[in-house]
Every structure is written in structure tokens, then in C-alpha cells.
Design a protein around this ligand. Structure first.
Ligand code: GDP
Length: 364
């Protein structure tokens, strides 16, 4: 599955947010730095209002949303990249994630200690990202001599890697994340193998005070501008509100949201933002037993989509009956879509579109 790491300085609201996300008390929140030590992984459903519509039309007994994981990665302090304290475990945990959410404190509260005695989300982001950049630089510098040796012996792959390593080092030394390294499509595989932390997509999560949940505040607006200029995603959320919401029964949630001027839980926006940041998309299967959302990458073709259900589906792929979501809904389901000529037979080169309702034909 896909994993989003949650990082940030101590006391910015990571655990509060993570708890709300998973509705558990597993990661204990407390007004004390360094309180979360173990990495915590929580699986969440990806909210998608299309599922209910499909399930109603298909008279499905169950709805199975797409799933993704969040990992609460505690222990980031200045010097983490030097292997001090929790550093190495922290780096190992973050390496396994597909993208990174930086929780940034955008709330003032004299009762909650800030590790640097100031509320400045952009400075916080810089501290965190600098640590990750230093870790990347160190790993590249360690690696460089070996790669250079192989390249001198004429190894073609090593030449490609060496060139990338040098470009990445140059970008990082300018204080910029490795995701800004300019690269060609054919270098992408070698680049991924460098496993650089700052090459992962970034999402800034502005944790604002309760009163600013619907509107954001001056601090979160600064972060939004910064995110836009730096090819990162951004979400404004109040961890405190989300944690209260998560404890309410479903019926009461809507009322509470309305009283705050919100049209949906911030967590739904956060999960959707993470999903989009990872370049993921959804196709559906609809049947009497269940309506289900399946997660694939943007650009995946029909056999790869089938392979998410079962590897046999990919291996024996013949074709896929495909109905666009809008057609499926407008025409009242599969039968109506077939009669209107909107159920397409797609072959192995078909690039799946977000929302496609699919039925695979395959050899076993
Ligand atoms: P972590 O160290 O980043 O995991 O931070 P925690 O989630 O443990 O939060 C640290 C403290 O800040 C706790 O006392 C929280 O209740 C408090 N806190 C978290 N989010 C908010 C918020 O949006 N507003 C206010 N006022 N306090 C918050």
C-alpha cells in the first residue's frame, strides 16, 4: 500500500493529527516534546463520494474504499541527520514512505511549548527540510567514490548514476530539495534508486487554531505561498478540531462541522491531498456483493489496473469492459450503459482514467 510519513518538530500537533486520522489513542498526545517515540502506522480509507452512488446503482451489499497508510514519524530535532538520539531510526522510517507530510505549527498557544520559542512555520519547515537535505548529502557523498570507480571501469549504469549523484549534490548544496534535480525520463529509475528523502513529494500541513479552521490565518497563508512556489501540496487543518470530530458519533459530526463553517472534515481533504500528491487515481468495480475502489498510478494501463486485483488478472488479461463514472451514473448502471453504447471494450494499451468502472476478462 501507499504510505505517507508525517514529520515535524516536536509539539506541532503530529500526534493529535495522527490520532484523529486513525481514531485511536495509540499515539499519545501530550504537551511535552518527544512524547511519541515509536513510529505508528495507521491505515485510513480514502473518502470518495462516488462510491455511494455506484453502490446504490449496483445494489451492492458493501462498499470498500481505497486505503492508504499514514506513519507518524516522531523524533525529528536539530542534528537528527548526524545520528544523534532518535536520528537513525527516524531516517530508516522515513525512507520507507512514498511522500512526506510536514506538519507546521500555525497556532499560537502560550500553554504549548515551542521547541525554539517562536511560532514561525516557514522557519520550522526549513529546520526539518535542512535535516533531511543533510541526510541526503551524507548518503550521496558516502556513495560517490564507489560509483565513480565503477564508472571509470566503463560501467554504463554507474556513469548515469555518477552524473545524477553530482547533480543532486549540487542542488542539495544550494539548500534545495532533491526533487528539484532536473532529469530525463531515462534517468528516473537510477534516480529512484538513490532513495533520497528530499526527492519524495512534499505536503505542508498547516495546523491552525480552532477559530481559523475554515479560513486559515496569516501564518498558513505564508505557507500556502511558499508551497506554491516550491512544487509542494498544502492543506490547512486544525488538528484540535479533527481530534474532537473523530470522537463524535457520525450523526453529530455534520452538525459540528456546520457550526464551524466547514463543509467536510479536514482529514478528508488531507487524505485526498496525499492521494493526489502520490499521483494516484481510482477505478471501480461494481457488483451485488461489493462496490470497490482500487488504487492505481496515473498513466497505468488496463492490465496493470487488473493486476491490483490479482496478479493472474494481469498475466491473463484479455480485455476490460470500461464505463466512465459519469456514464454509469447517468445511464443507471451497466445495462443502461451497454444499451447506450457506452460500455467500451478496452485492450491492453488502454490508459485507465480516474473513475472508470471496469470488468476484466482474463485467461486463467
Ligand atoms: P507532536 O509532538 O507534534 O506530536 O504534538 P502533539 O500532537 O502531541 O501536540 C502537542 C500539544 O499541542 C498538545 O498539548 C496538543 O493538545 C496541542 N495542540 C495540537 N494541535 C493543536 C491546535 O490546533 N491548537 C492548540 N491550541 N493546541 C494544539
Amino acid at each position: 500500500g501507499f504510505k505517507m510519513g508525517i514529520v515535524g518538530l516536536p509539539n506541532v500537533g503530529k500526534s493529535t493529527l495522527f490520532n484523529a486520522l486513525t481514531r485511536t489513542a495509540a499515539a499519545q498526545a501530550a504537551n511535552f516534546p518527544f512524547c511519541t517515540i515509536e513510529p505508528n502506522v495507521g491505515e485510513v480509507s480514502v473518502p470518495d463520494p462516488r462510491l455511494e452512488k455506484l453502490a446504490a446503482i449496483g445494489k451492492s451489499q458493501a462498499i470498500l474504499p481505497a486505503r492508504m497508510s499514514f506513519v507518524d514519524i516522531a523524533g525529528l530535532v536539530k542534528g537528527a541527520s548526524q545520528g544523534e538520539g532518535l536520528g537513525n531510526q527516524f531516517l530508516a522510517n522515513i525512507r520507507e514512505t512514498d511522500a512526506i507530510a510536514y506538519v507546521l505549527r500555525c497556532f499560537e498557544d502560550p500553554n504549548v511549548i515551542h521547541v525554539a520559542n517562536r511560532v514561525d512555520p516557514l522557519a520550522d519547515a526549513e529546520v526539518v527540510e535542512t535535516e533531511l537535505m543533510l541526510a541526503d548529502l551524507e548518503s550521496l557523498e558516502k556513495r560517490r567514490a564507489g560509483v565513480e570507480k565503477k564508472a571509470k571501469q566503463g560501467d554504463k549504469d554507474a556513469k548515469v548514476t555518477l552524473d545524477l549523484v553530482d547533480r543532486a549534490i549540487a542542488v542539495l548544496r544550494e539548500g534545495r530539495s532533491a526533487r528539484f534535480v532536473q532529469r530525463e525520463a531515462e534517468e528516473e529509475k537510477a534516480f529512484r534508486e538513490l532513495q533520497l528523502l528530499t526527492s519524495k513529494p512534499a505536503l505542508y500541513v498547516c495546523n491552525v487554531d480552532e477559530a481559523s479552521a475554515a479560513t486559515g490565518n496569516a501564518l498558513s497563508r505564508k505557507v500556502e505561498d511558499y508551497a506554491r512556489a516550491n512544487d509542494a501540496g498544502v492543506v490547512v487543518i486544525s488538528a484540535e478540531i479533527e481530534s474532537q470530530l473523530a470522537q463524535l458519533p457520525d450523526e453529530e459530526q455534520a452538525e459540528y462541522l456546520e457550526s464551524l463553517g466547514l463543509d467536510q472534515p479536514g482529514l478528508d481533504r488531507l487524505i485526498r491531498a496525499a492521494y493526489e500528491l502520490l499521483n494516484l487515481q481510482t477505478y471501480f468495480t461494481v457488483g451485488p456483493k461489493e462496490t470497490r475502489a482500487w488504487t492505481i498510478h496515473q498513466g497505468d494501463r488496463a492490465p496493470q489496473a487488473a493486476g491490483v486485483i490479482h496478479t493472474d488478472f494481469e498475466r491473463g488479461f484479455i480485455r476490460a469492459q470500461t464505463i466512465a463514472f459519469d456514464d454509469f451514473v447517468a445511464l443507471g448502471g451497466e445495462q443502461g450503459a451497454k444499451e447506450a453504447g457506452k460500455a467500451r471494450d478496452e485492450g491492453k494499451d488502454y490508459v485507465v482514467r480516474d473513475g472508470d468502472v471496469m470488468l476484466f476478462k482474463f485467461n486463467t
